[in-house]
Design a binder for this molecule. Structure first.
Ligand SMILES: [Zn+2]
Length: 62
């Protein structure tokens, strides 16, 4: 048995998001590259760096 690394290219599509280029909806996905996430459109090849989303608020209780 060969163990393949679990590195599936899971594309996180943005539901309901429209591409600013081709205006298609649900064609853009998030492509994590290094420290910046890119919003990539599969239709027209549009790419745009995405600001890191600060979802989790850091808890800094002292
Ligand atoms: Zn597009």
């Amino acid at each position: 048995m060969t163990q393949l690394p679990k590195r599936k290219l899971s594309r996180r599509f943005i539901a309901g998001a429209s591409c600013p280029e081709c205006k298609n909806i649900d064609t853009t996905y998030i492509d994590p590259r290094q420290e910046t996430e890119f919003r990539v459109c599969i239709r027209c090849g549009f790419e745009e760096p995405r600001e890191p989303v600060v979802d989790a608020k850091p808890l800094r209780f002292q």
